[in-house]
Design a protein around this ligand. Structure first.
Ligand SMILES: [Zn+2]
Length: 267
């Protein structure tokens, strides 16, 4: 299988504190050429940035998750801007709306999300989006911002309405281990997604794919997700691997391209 990109992994999570180097070694052995280390808070953004600075096979995002949106204040945008100035910082996020858990007031979630969309548009970086049970507000914001900044809908399992809104603005759809679950009943069949909009991710340490379900997830499990997605699309896993890595290069940029090239051609 061609080198894979894990487009969304919380590698800074304390769940990896005991064996992060071994996790990275297993990822490389499994053919994962690059991991986008995704942040969920300001502290997490600093941690992700440090990891990416230390490893050429990693890049990082900086942002505030909707669960943490109550922490969004005037100090957040300049701090994120400062982190995002580094070349290994490839996207803003994860940010978005989660009306399922409502861990932060919805008005705070919208304010934090719109603040991060504005920052990303200003910096010319893509936005990694978490969307759960907020389809109407999310579709409206996708349509408002989609022309200004590339948007990635992570661990996508949305409604047809959200799929349609994403398609209208050329969003990327990132598939996680959820597609391997026995109870996976997609609103939109995976075969309907255009190949050039697809990404794959673990969302580790969460959402371990079958046959690892119930255990900690890690980037080495990306091939299980590619295999499942290929089967559901009636495509070859190799072609899907090549396509999703190409898509990751297109949306996240040169850092990923350089990392994969050095892996394919260790000169
Ligand atoms: Zn995540």
């Amino acid at each position: 299988m061609p080198a894979l990109v894990d487009a969304h992994c919380h590698l800074g999570d304390p769940a990896f504190d005991g064996d992060r180097a071994a996790v990275l070694a297993r990822a490389a052995a499994a053919g994962v050429g690059h991991v986008v280390v995704t942040a969920e808070s300001l502290v997490g953004s600093s941690r992700a940035a440090t990891l990416a600075r230390e490893h050429p096979g990693l890049s990082a995002t900086a942002g505030v998750h909707p669960h943490e949106a109550a922490s969004w204040d005037a100090a957040a945008p300049p701090r994120l801007r400062e982190l995002l100035a580094a070349p290994e910082l490839v996207a803003v996020g994860e940010t978005g709306l989660d009306y399922h858990y409502d861990h932060a007031p919805r008005s705070a979630q919208r304010a934090a999300f719109e603040g991060q969309l504005a920052l990303a548009a200003d910096l010319g970086k893509p936005v990694v989006i978490h969307a759960r049970d907020a389809d109407d507000d999310m579709a409206a914001l996708l349509r408002e911002w989609g022309g200004r900044v590339p948007l990635v809908l992570h661990s996508f399992a949305g409604s047809r309405a959200l799929f349609t809104a994403g398609m209208e603005i050329g969003a990327y759809f990132s598939f996680s281990g959820m597609i391997t679950f026995k109870n996976w009943r997609p609103a939109v069949p995976p075969s309907e997604y255009p190949a050039d909009r697809l990404l794959v991710e673990t969302d580790a340490p969460y959402l371990a794919p079958v046959p690892h379900r119930g255990h900690r997830n890690e980037p080495a499990f990306v091939p299980d997700i590619v295999t499942a997605l290929a089967r559901q699309r009636g495509a070859s896993p190799d072609a899907l691997a090549r396509q999703t890595s190409e898509n990751a290069r297109r949306v996240f940029g040169n850092r990923i391209a350089t990392s994969l090239a050095s892996r394919e051609d260790p000169a």
